[in-house]
Design a binder for this molecule. Structure first.
Ligand code: CO8
Length: 259
């Protein structure tokens, strides 16, 4: 079935796929259907050998203005428990390929959390990041108190979560939340440029390196180093390792195959 709230753009030649959130009338508010469609698309692209890097974007006005408040407003705690929307987020988090969020306009609440699940964030000059859940009587529920704090530190995270203040792209860059800023007409191009650069590397090495970097967030240093070492050794079982090192010795560009 064709998704209704996302558009998937795929160019086999570049190995970069692009998922665009597409509920512009609601500033891409993340309703349950959109999140399910996003999860399914990510699972499909993660399994597709032609795809090496995935970009998630919204539109110029909004990456996503958060969970769909109209859908949540009448729910009880037991409804929320039974709907179990975070199992979708748990699946999204398991995407092995590098994910890049291309953010313009609002990235709020669940929208900011979705951007932070991605591995890197490219923002337009108009991007605004925030966790304004406190203003509607709740708090972040999809990682906002954890990933934001790890990215920007306690002081700014506490301020954003407790006051709901939005920060600008410049502030987000200074705080370490995002990777780069581009003019609004170029931010998507910039995200594709970054994605293409990664897509030219060994896709196996990229996946294992991503896994190891993420390990740093929920393990001790010793455990993380051990994990890193195992992945490092494992890559010596790949054709890409032989190709990469041979190409270096022969002074030519490597042609990685993901095997
Ligand atoms: N949910 C539903 N509809 C929304 C949302 C939203 N989060 N955000 C905007 N919309 C709708 C508006 O209702 C409006 O619809 P309509 O035209 O039918 O009235 C349309 O989008 C345009 O919005 P505005 O007219 O409000 O546009 P403005 O430019 O005046 O304001 C703002 C933009 C500041 C972004 C404003 O819309 C706003 O404050 N939105 C809500 C932001 C927010 O509180 N987000 C957090 C939501 S809670 C959350 O994310 C919890 C996450 C937990 C887990 C995640 C699960 C998915």
């Amino acid at each position: 079935m064709q998704p209704e709230h996302i558009i998937v753009h795929q160019q086999a030649a570049t190995h970069v796929a692009h998922i665009q959130l597409n509920r512009p009338q609601a500033l891409n508010a993340l309703n349950l259907q959109l999140m399910t469609e996003l999860k399914t698309a990510l699972q499909t692209l993660d399994a597709d050998e032609q795809v090496r890097v995935i970009i998630i974007s919204g539109n110029e006005k909004a990456f996503a203005a958060g969970a769909d408040i109209t859908q949540m407003a009448g729910k009880s705690a037991i409804d929320m428990y039974n709907i179990d929307q975070f199992s979708t987020w748990d699946t999204i988090k398991k995407t092995k390929k590098p994910l890049i969020a291309a953010v313009s306009g609002f990235a709020l609440g669940g929208g900011c959390e979705l951007a932070m699940i991605c591995d890197m964030i490219v923002a337009s000059e108009t991007a605004r990041f925030g966790q304004p859940e406190i203003k509607i009587g709740v708090m972040p529920g999809a990682g906002g108190t954890q990933r934001l704090t790890r990215a920007v530190g306690k002081a700014l995270a506490m301020e954003m979560v407790l006051t709901g203040r939005f920060i600008t792209a410049t502030e987000a860059l200074q705080a370490g939340l995002i990777n780069r800023i581009a003019p609004v007409e170029l931010y998507l191009e910039e995200a594709v440029k970054l994605a293409s650069e990664i897509a030219a590397m060994s896709p196996l090495a990229a996946k294992m390196a991503k896994e190891a970097v993420l390990k740093a967030f929920d393990s001790s240093l010793e455990e993380g180093l051990h994990f890193e070492r195992k992945n490092f050794y494992l890559l010596f079982a790949s054709e890409d390792q032989q190709e990469g090192m041979q190409a270096f010795i022969e002074k030519r560009a490597p042609a990685f195959k993901g095997r």
